[in-house]
Design a protein around this ligand. Structure first.
Ligand code: SF4
Length: 552
């Protein structure tokens, strides 16, 4: 039995195997991974963002009282799809200038369906405008924009302050909608424009889908058509249970894909080479017949490399394959592991909530007694972000760290602070001094820069990356357990902490939940204790028990 294949715009940026699985009748009822709370949250945030933009646009476009024309139609998202399509079709036929929440008639011949946040009528027909919750421009110049409430592309000009941020999915979705509008007989004639309103909601960014801005001199429409044809073939083969046109291969997207349990089982069964190398490298290796971990492990790293590596070196890839076969989570790349240590040490871990701010700086003080209480302490704000109370907690954190460094220096001792992946901490160190410049106790940019650039700030993630091969990833949650550390909370993780945070501060209108605050503090404390245990282990004699890659 087969069913009709009707694809939405998302397929052209989605993993090909996922498109296959979603259309394979044999996969119905298969257990999927648990829903990702971060994705659910993003969907809710996107809905709130759309509602906000709709309100602003409706107000800005509403004609003077007494104007007779029907200027705006909202198609409610909670209606059945057939009803939404019918209302959209009717509004298009009436020539309504703005159609919000449109669901276009499916193009059964092409196997396409989809909707647009907004359809805008111009003199040439209709064009789609997306409302998205990511950034669409960067500082620079040249993007074609209009003010956010001006939906007339003829008013667009080269923006002196913004350049286009690469967001291929937006352009491909606009192309998808243009094809649907064409099939419905309502697309603009003579040009292929589409607009996007992003997270900042300060401008409409206009894309011309017919200019050759894509690799190989292709246009967005040409790129879209090629990808769509490919995904349609994949989906049709799956639906008709013909030979699969897409096989699983571990890629970045797998981390948040609900099909991971299914694909992971298959990858392990076939001992697929993508289990140990990057997706791009796996593709190239398969082309030269190195399709399994076993085949990679059997190569001689002193021979000519079989492919141009993008994510590793030949030597490391072979060693990693051998480590995987031997079920070793970590393997030493170096004969002697080194982590810079000091008399007085602090492990630091910051918790942020999306782009809204850093609500918690957790610190673990250890080493020689300098007259300050040793152990864990947290500098936090529990006012929902964004809040200027964050400046207070950040200033208190910095004042404490400054005091630790001052006392250490005065005692003639050495000092070091450790984190795991400094990119995140540095982002909010610099971000905080910039956002809260001049507020009470907030340090200068120069003071923070001096610390970050000094030898006193040690990124343990880099120490791990440089000195170990990690066959199951380099995350703290993977590596610290090898050193014997266990988190107290079985659910501990970045995604879960987002949920806990929302409850802890009462972000969704509920009363703040002190139990979730406690949970976040315990989680943060365990993170700094994990880096402490990890670096202790890395500088202990036990580290010599970790196999050396040259011995594999
Ligand atoms: S788990 Fe990975 S390979 Fe499988 S469908 Fe998802 S993204 Fe594709």
């Amino acid at each position: 039995m087969s069913f009709e294949v009707l694809l939405d715009a998302g397929v052209v940026t989605r993993c090909r195997r996922r498109v296959h699985l979603e259309h394979d009748p044999a996969m119905r009822g298969v257990d999927l991974g648990p829903p990702d709370p971060a994705i659910e949250q993003r969907i809710a945030d996107a809905a709130a963002h759309r509602a906000d933009i709709a309100g602003r646009l409706l107000e800005a476009t509403t004609p003077e009282p007494g104007a007779a024309t029907e200027h705006w139609v909202t198609v409610p998202r909670d209606l059945p799809a057939s009803e939404r399509v019918q209302r959209t079709r009717s509004a298009l036929a009436r020539g309504v200038p703005f159609i919000w929440g449109a669901l276009l008639p499916a193009d059964h011949a092409a196997g396409r369906r989809g909707g647009s946040e907004l359809l805008v009528r111009t003199e040439q027909g209709y064009l789609p405008v997306l409302v998205v919750r990511h950034r669409i421009t960067d500082r620079g110049s040249g993007a074609r924009t209009t003010p956010v409430t001006d939906l007339e592309p003829a008013h667009a000009s080269a923006d002196p302050e913004r350049k286009v941020r690469s967001q291929p999915r937006d352009q491909l979705r606009l192309a998808h909608l243009r094809r649907l509008l064409q099939a419905a007989g309502h697309a603009e004639q003579g040009r292929a424009l589409g607009g996007v309103i992003g997270l900042d909601a300060d401008v409409v960014l206009w894309h011309d889908l017919d200019v050759p801005t894509w690799p190989g001199g292709r246009t967005a429409l040409a790129e879209y058509d090629a990808r769509f044809a490919d995904r349609r073939a994949v989906a049709s083969a799956a639906a008709e249970q013909r030979e699969a046109l897409a096989e699983p291969s571990r890629i970045v997207e797998c981390r948040s894909c609900p099909w991971w349990p299914t694909c992971n089982a298959e990858l392990i069964r076939t001992r697929d080479v993508s289990l140990v190398v990057r997706g791009e490298d796996a593709v190239e290796l398969r082309k030269v017949g190195v399709s399994t971990v076993d085949k990679l492990a059997a190569l001689d790293a002193d021979d000519e490399p079989p492919v141009q590596w993008t994510g590793t070196t030949f030597t490391d890839a072979v060693a990693l394959a051998r480590a995987w076969l031997a079920d070793l989570t970590v393997v030493r790349r170096v004969a002697e592991v080194v982590v810079p240590r000091a008399d007085v040490e602090v492990d630091i871990d910051m918790e942020s909530f999306g782009d809204s701010g850093a609500y918690l700086w957790g610190c673990l003080l250890s080493g020689v007694d300098i007259g300050l209480e040793q152990g864990y302490r947290a500098f936090a704000t529990w006012e929902p972000l964004p809040t200027t109370d964050e400046a207070r907690s950040f200033a208190q954190f910095w004042a404490w760290l400054r005091e630790v460094r001052r006392r250490t220096a005065e005692a003639g001792l050495t000092f070091r602070a450790y984190c795991y992946n400094a990119m995140a901490e540095n982002r909010w160190l610099f971000g905080s001094v910039q956002r809260f410049a001049g507020l009470d106790g907030v340090p200068s940019l120069g003071e923070v820069r001096e610390f970050v650039d000094s030898d006193e700030w040690v990124d343990l993630f880099r120490s791990v990356s440089d000195q170990f091969l990690c066959s199951h990833g380099k995350g703290l949650k993977v590596v610290a357990p090898v050193a014997g550390f266990r988190w107290r909370d079985p659910e501990a993780g970045g995604e879960a902490s987002m949920r806990w945070y929302r409850d802890a501060v009462g972000m969704d209108g509920a009363a703040p939940d002190p139990a979730q605050r406690g949970r976040l503090l315990r989680y943060n404390e365990d993170d700094v204790r994990a880096t402490y245990v990890l670096r202790e282990w890395m500088t202990s004699p036990a580290i010599t028990q970790v196999p050396y890659m040259g011995d594999l």
